[in-house]
Design a protein around this ligand. Structure first.
Ligand code: ADP
Length: 492
């Protein structure tokens, strides 16, 4: 099968969070299974060019229709750790992708509407006719709209679209300009509740809704989150649309790429290890302490948090976890970055406050290399999310023998099974700790159980570690699931 992924991220060249990991990991899995995959991305000024091999211009003069005229673009092509990627670079005074950041500009809706238009125009003029176009999140929600309303009539009648939603909270709320810019034009037609009109703001268009309405199939990134979005509030206003489209909506759990996230082969950690050589994990703990100037105390476990510092991730609980861990005689390492100025200055304040504490280190920013060492060196990882479509950090933690302590929502519930209370798994299949409420007590009780086991029952703790490490959350299974969906929509 020939699959083209259109996305705003692909790790490690462009990564703001899990989306990047998924686009890369899934593409690699599909290729391993003998399929052809190409990835279309924006050419951001701030992406990691050092992760691209053989970058060259593949299509020099791509003219993308935009408002009444056309924007001149170049398309570059290169390999990102073996994956063939096309990068679209517009030459216009809008400087859509030269902003020094991937997201967070006031015109993000126009930036990604342009990207969607450019990606599909590129497919058309370069004569690429994939069996499946796989789009991700609101940034590419316009692709199926453009395909089925315009490009289908220009020769792309055989293409099918799978639309994957990684985060319902960001939906691409926009206005009529997007229609005029991308050539959809017909305002009355698209401002319809059955098409792109936002379910709650009658004056706005919703790009994610467009993706849902027009695609041949839609999925989110875990079965439990699919249920939550459909039946609960987790669809952030799109629940009714999902209800109407339930016949083509499902949940597929993300995988992680065990070529990258695997302590047996990890290039970024000083001591590789397996379930059988956990003494080498302890050496990584020592290395982590040395690197972050933490005291080397054999009586203290290290608890970590790795992730965006965002309301979604339960920042107030992350904050509480730091001080609770310190109070309980543990060490805490945090690696995170915040886009909201309020949260950013809050954690900078905490960082300064804890600066001389030998048991805590807060690293604010994005640091892929350091994240590997933390996964390897820590004993436990907290993931106290408010909502979590899938969550990768708990799965990576499991692979590295770092016991997850998670809130029971979304994909966290599909992957972590409480050591003491999970009734659906026998004790030998349990792998972490789960709490449900969003208050401090809930988090504390789970952390207490984990720290208590580490301190007083080290053999039992080690058993929990090895049980977690034996789980297979690779792309093997999800890869098959995605292929089933591709096959299904392809023959429609
Ligand atoms: P989300 O997609 O909501 O951000 P996920 O848990 O799905 O969360 O994916 C997070 C990914 O991003 C993981 O690979 C994690 O290691 C990585 N990550 C998050 N924050 C940072 C950071 N500050 N530095 C390095 N890696 C990070």
């Amino acid at each position: 099968m020939y699959i083209v992924q259109i996305a705003s991220e692909c790790a490690p060249v462009i990564k703001a969070g899990g989306l990047g990991d998924v686009v890369y990991g899934l593409s690699r899995e599909l290729e391993t299974r003998g399929h052809t995959v190409e990835i279309i991305l924006p050419m951001y000024d701030c992406m990691r060019y050092d992760h691209i091999w053989g970058l060259h211009d593949a299509y020099r003069d791509l003219w993308v229709p935009w408002y009444g005229g056309a924007v001149h673009c170049s398309v570059f092509c290169g390999w990102v750790h073996g994956r063939l990627c096309f990068f679209i670079q517009p030459h216009s005074s809008d400087n859509f992708f030269n902003r020094g950041q991937y997201y967070g500009a006031t015109d993000d809706d126009m930036r990604f509407a342009f990207f969607s238009k450019a990606a599909i125009e590129f497919l058309l003029v370069s004569n690429k006719r994939p069996d499946v176009i796989h789009c991700h999140d609101w940034q590419t929600g316009l692709v199926p709209v453009l395909l089925f309303e315009i490009y289908k009539w220009h020769g792309m009648w055989n293409q099918r679209v799978l639309y994957t939603i990684h985060n319902f909270k960001h939906q691409g709320i926009t206005g009529v300009n997007v229609l005029w810019a991308t050539g959809l034009n017909n305002e009355g037609y698209y401002f319809d509740y059955d098409r792109l009109r936002d379910n709650f703001n009658p004056f706005a268009l919703n790009l994610m809704k467009g993706g849902i309405v027009y695609s041949n199939h839609i999925n989110t990134v875990s079965p439990h989150h699919a249920w939550e979005a459909h039946h609960g509030n987790e669809g952030y206003g799109l629940g009714h649309t999902l209800y109407l489209k339930q016949y083509k909506f499902s949940g597929i759990l993300n995988g992680i790429d065990y070529d990258i996230w695997n302590p047996e082969v990890d290039r970024y950690i000083p001591f590789k290890y397996t379930r059988e050589t956990l003494e080498d994990k302890a050496k990584n703990k020592k290395a982590l302490r040395e690197r972050l100037l933490l005291r080397d105390d054999p009586e203290k476990p290290i608890i970590c948090y790795i992730g965006r510092l965002d309301d979604q991730k339960g920042v107030h609980l992350v904050h509480h976890a730091i001080y609770y861990a310190l109070g309980r005689g543990a060490q805490f390492v945090l690696l995170g970055s915040a886009t909201k100025p309020g949260i950013n200055s809050w954690f900078w304040h905490e960082k300064n406050f804890l600066n001389n504490n030998p048991d805590a280190h807060l690293e604010l920013g994005f640091n892929e290399e350091l994240s590997h060492l933390i996964y390897a060196g820590a004993d436990m990882i907290v993931v106290p999310s408010n909502f979590e479509p899938c969550g990768l950090t708990q799965m990576i933690g499991l692979k590295y023998g770092t016991v997850p302590i998670v809130r029971g929502v979304g994909g966290l519930l599909d992957t972590v099974f409480d050591r003491d209370y999970d009734e659906n798994h026998p004790p030998e299949e349990r792998n972490g700790y789960v709490f449900y409420q969003t208050d401090h007590h809930a988090l504390e009780s789970a952390m207490d159980r984990a720290i208590g086991l580490w301190k007083y029952y080290p053999e039992e703790f080690e058993k929990l570690v090895t049980q977690g490490m034996s789980y297979d959350y690779s792309w093997n299974h999800p890869g098959k699931e995605y292929l089933k969906v591709y096959e299904k929509i392809r023959h429609k």
